[in-house]
Design a protein around this ligand. Structure first.
Ligand code: MN
Length: 202
């Protein structure tokens, strides 16, 4: 299999009270797992299409591939972005870049929170590094794979699909987004920022 569901780097109850164990367990073991299964199944169907020389379903398969692989990538990132010891403020070069590109941490927090809260339907808010301008920017992602800046590298992502929060927060998405700030693993985000800056621009 090309894709495997990763274990979480903490127990399901480790993020309480900000993220309830039951909600986290369903999210990881059911929803994320479904994207992994969907990604692998779609690769198999593409292999069958190539073998048969039959590309009649290719448009549908390519959409399904983008949806499931992007879902797997974003969830894998999301779990690592959170920590039982998270919260607080970014430090060092990441903090300096946030100040330079957004004006202040509070301005980033407001923009990223609103990008997440205001997603119409299902999606994500993301802080990303764009290699061509070498700037940080906020993305508002629809589903898992739409409204992206091509080539930008996501560093910090907030899942705002209803499955991410509905068991614990019901319809109040903004409360979930506020709670996530208490869990952000800033050393993980900073390490991703350092690696992203080594990527050559397009
Ligand atoms: Mn999700």
């Amino acid at each position: 299999m090309a894709y495997v569901l990763p274990d979480l780097p903490y127990d399901y109850a480790a993020l309480e009270p900000h993220y309830q164990a039951l909600n986290l367990e369903v999210h990881h073991s059911k929803h994320h797992a479904a994207y992994v299964a969907g990604a692998n199944a779609t690769l198999e169907r593409l292999e069958e299409a190539r073998a048969a020389g039959d590309y009649a379903a290719l448009v549908s398969l390519e959409k399904t591939l983008a949806f499931n692989v992007s879902g797997h990538v974003l969830h894998s990132l999301f779990w690592r972005n959170l920590s039982p010891d998270g919260g607080g403020l970014p430090e060092g070069e990441l903090a300096a870049a946030i100040d330079e590109n957004f004006g202040s941490f509070d301005a980033l927090r407001a923009q990223l929170s609103q990008a997440a809260v205001l997603v119409q339907g299902s999606g994500w808010g993301a802080l990303a590094f764009e290699p061509l301008s070498r700037r940080l920017m906020v993305e508002q992602v629809y589903d898992h794979h739409a409204n992206l800046v091509h080539g930008a590298i996501p560093l910090l992502v907030f899942d705002v699909w209803e499955h991410a929060y509905y068991l614990q927060y019901r319809n109040v998405r903004a409360d979930f987004v506020n709670a996530l700030w208490n869990l952000v693993n800033w050393p993980d985000v900073a390490a991703r920022f350092a690696r992203a800056r080594d990527v050559a621009p397009a």
